[in-house]
Design a protein around this ligand. Sequence first.
Ligand SMILES: Cc1cc2nc3c(=O)[nH]c(=O)nc-3n(C[C@H](O)[C@H](O)[C@H](O)COP(=O)(O)O)c2cc1C
Ligand code: SF4
Ligand code: SF4
Length: 204
Amino acid sequence: MILFRHRIGLNFIASMAKNEALGLPLSGIGGIETWIDALEFILVGASTLQVTTGIMHYGYRIVEDMIEGLSDFMTERGVDRISDLVGKALPNLHETEDFEVDRQGITQYDLDRCIGCGQCYLVCQDAAGQALEWDSGTRRPNLIEDKCLSCMLCKFVCPVPELISFKEMPAEWHRRETAVMDSSMEKEIKVEPFTKEGPNECVI
Ligand SMILES: Cc1cc2nc3c(=O)[nH]c(=O)nc-3n(C[C@H](O)[C@H](O)[C@H](O)COP(=O)(O)O)c2cc1C
Ligand code: SF4
Ligand code: SF4
């Protein structure tokens, strides 16, 4: 599974690649540091790549790492030429208005296969709905269903394939409204409405 992270740059490349009238070779750029970043740009239509900040931070060696990672990926999947991957993901891209936003769901965990690494808990706590509790005795996550945003970030980080999956919920099911923020934070954060006159501040 590929996680598309550099959304703005990828979106521009994909839009240009889909525009057949343009007919130009495209070069991916913006936040490329790993072979997965490189692959993401190639899959949406880039036939060359450029890297600046990554090399300034880590040196030219990261290019060798990218070549190695991409080579392993291609060998695993029996791909002979990098050009065979250019634009390969384009048919799978959809406009947001195509999404069925009426569908809703949560995650479900096959905990018999869990290795207790805690990655799901960390990502849910810091970047998602704080919908997981962590049982430090059994080293297993416990889902609070009505806080789950079904963002599937936990699935992206879980090292055990297909342990975490999407479970559709009935139309009458309701997610807790405060799910996006830990309710203990609510009394500490005061948000003033944005107006021309001010104060326009978020005070912590
Ligand atoms: C220190 C620095 C200097 C740059 N100098 C130039 C430049 O002279 N001409 C140019 O077109 N872009 C320049 N850029 C922009 C980069 O080419 C590139 O567009 C941008 O950094 C995004 O790619 P990255 O995420 O790999 O850094 C520079 C970027 C950095 C960080
Ligand atoms: S889907 Fe998102 S909100 Fe739900 S448990 Fe996973 S990371 Fe947390
Ligand atoms: S990330 Fe996966 S393996 Fe790790 S604790 Fe969570 S469910 Fe278990």
